[in-house]
Design a protein around this ligand. Structure first.
Ligand code: UD1
Ligand code: CA
Length: 460
């Protein structure tokens, strides 16, 4: 269900498209369905339907792993009415899991347990005990047996005292669901079609109703406001941080650590405060990440050190635009690695150095204030302070090749396309426009001239 308005977000963006850990709320729910090997996922849209449908259809998970359908609910007449819209696309066999697009952190294991409780023929409700159950539907039991869910606004004084509440998540056979949905009415305090009324029909039809009770409130927490979104973001990050620390990753402070994607760490990785990881990042053995780094779509090999305030932003994982940082490389502080940076072992990239779509072989160094764009840099090259590859002529990008063991002095401009021959040296301040031969010293700047006893002009 993803049709609700989300008024309290006070945003133009439909609520279920707000991001948690870098993914839309509704995408979390869909990705969880993929983990459960759902055969079919049906997204019920209403408010912002076009936007929500485009975002979900465009995501990688939804693209391949199951049959994806969208149905529209207009107007929104309640949760039962929402699910009614899905009936035409639901198959008769199998189990339906009803989820909310704004409840992102229900764990796949929990839902798998709920499906086990359903056992293909029961109505299984995910429930929880709340000291303050206000606002939620109450689980009404007779003895142990669940009799009904009563919404807050329809509840008697006695029912309001019930602390077991319905999470909004249920699993049940598709055939029963279709049959019971057809019987819903809106004769209640809110004039809505309540999905929760099907519990009464199950009881009347002699279908067992089971409650699977959890204790972790985060798993059923919905997002209604920016405050709740931020709270869930923290809960989620804390969970990720704990998992990593249990694997041995040393986080300077789990409260100042954000993963908005997938972070894979080998042994003895340490991460200082205020780092953000996006996309797919893998850190090899002994990698150390300094404070305040932004790191996206990169493989960082064993022993590399990323100093503070480094910005690494690779393109799509697995593509030529992803970034590789070789074993024992030293990056930063204040370095910027952009798409397609491929750094070999023991490469050094120092402060205020930008690298884009460039390959640096083992041991190459650019330690200060430099730009390497569309460059192929050989082993052990030293690229001096203030030097750049001028890769763009205003219309096209060209490649610069710097062969092994070249030493480029400070403040050089290498106007691509060109090749600096192996073992060559380029004098500081040179502007190169042509290839240079191997092993040569190349100087391309005005010769130094001194005028003896030069008198400066004086005031008249
Ligand atoms: C619902 C349950 C309540 C439960 C609570 C848990 C009903 C009648 N009540 O309450 O027992 O304790 O969830 O959070 O089901 N939605 C639609 N179309 C609609 C109405 C809602 O798509 O017409 C979507 C919302 O966007 C949301 C979800 O359904 O994702 C739940 O709706 P919400 O209004 O939050 O739930 P309640 O009715 O308050
Ligand atoms: Ca409601």
């Amino acid at each position: 269900m993803a049709a609700g308005r989300g008024t309290r977000m006070k945003s133009k963006l439909p609520k279920v498209l707000h991001l948690l850990a870098g993914r839309a709320l509704v995408q979390h729910v869909i990705d969880t369905s993929a983990v459960l090997s759902a055969r079919q996922v049906t997204v019920i849209t209403g408010h912002g339907a076009t936007e929500v449908e485009a975002a979900v259809a465009g995501s990688e998970t939804s693209a391949r792993q199951f049959e994806l359908n969208f149905v529209r609910q207009e107007p929104q007449l309640g949760t039962g009415h929402a699910v009614q819209q899905a009936v035409p696309v639901l198959r008769d066999d199998g189990v339906v899991l009803v989820l909310s697009g704004d409840v992102p952190l229900t764990q796949p294991d929990t839902l798998a347990q709920l499906i086990v409780a359903c056992a293909g023929d029961k109505l299984a409700l995910l429930t929880i005990d709340f000291a303050n159950p206000s606002g939620y539907g109450r689980i009404v039991r007779q003895g142990d047996a669940v009799q009904a869910i009563v919404e807050q606004k329809d509840a008697s004084a006695a029912q309001l005292k019930i602390t077991e509440v319905y999470s909004g998540i249920m699993a049940l056979p598709a055939l029963h669901l279709k049959k019971w949905l057809a019987r819903l009415d809106n004769k209640n305090a809110q004039g809505e079609y309540y999905l929760t009324d099907i519990v009464k029909f199950a009881v009347a039809d002699g279908v067992p109703v089971v409650a699977y009770k959890i204790v972790d409130a985060v798993q059923m927490a919905g997002v209604n406001s920016p405050v709740q979104l931020a709270e869930l973001e923290r809960s989620n990050q804390q969970r990720v941080a704990l998992q990593l620390m249990e694997q041995g990753v040393r986080l300077a402070d789990p409260a100042r650590f954000d993963v908005r994607g997938t972070l894979t760490c080998a042994q003895d990785v340490s991460i200082d405060v205020n780092c953000v990881f996006e996309g797919q990042v893998s850190l090899g053995e002994g990698v150390s990440i300094g404070s305040h780094c932004f790191i996206k779509n990169v493989n960082i090999a064993a022993g590399a050190v990323i100093h503070p305030f480094t910005h690494i932003e690779g393109g799509a994982p697995g593509s030529k635009n992803a970034i590789e940082v070789g074993a024992g490389a030293l990056i930063g502080p204040f370095a910027r690695l952009r798409r397609g940076a491929k750094l070999g072992a023991e490469v050094h990239i120092g402060n205020f150095v930008e690298v884009k779509n460039s390959t640096l072989a083992k041991g190459a160094k650019a330690n200060h204030l430099a730009y390497l764009g569309d460059a192929t840099v050989g082993a052990r090259v030293n690229f001096g302070a203030g030097s750049i590859t001028a890769n763009y002529d205003g219309a096209n990008k060209h490649r610069t090749i710097i062969e092994a063991d070249v030493h480029i002095g400070s403040n050089c401009v290498l106007i691509a396309p060109l090749t600096v021959g192996a073992g060559g040296t380029v004098g500081g301040g040179s502007t190169l426009t042509k290839d240079t031969p191997p092993l040569a010293l190349t100087v391309a700047r005005a010769r130094q001239v001194s005028v003896a006893n030069w008198k400066r002009p004086s005031k008249k």
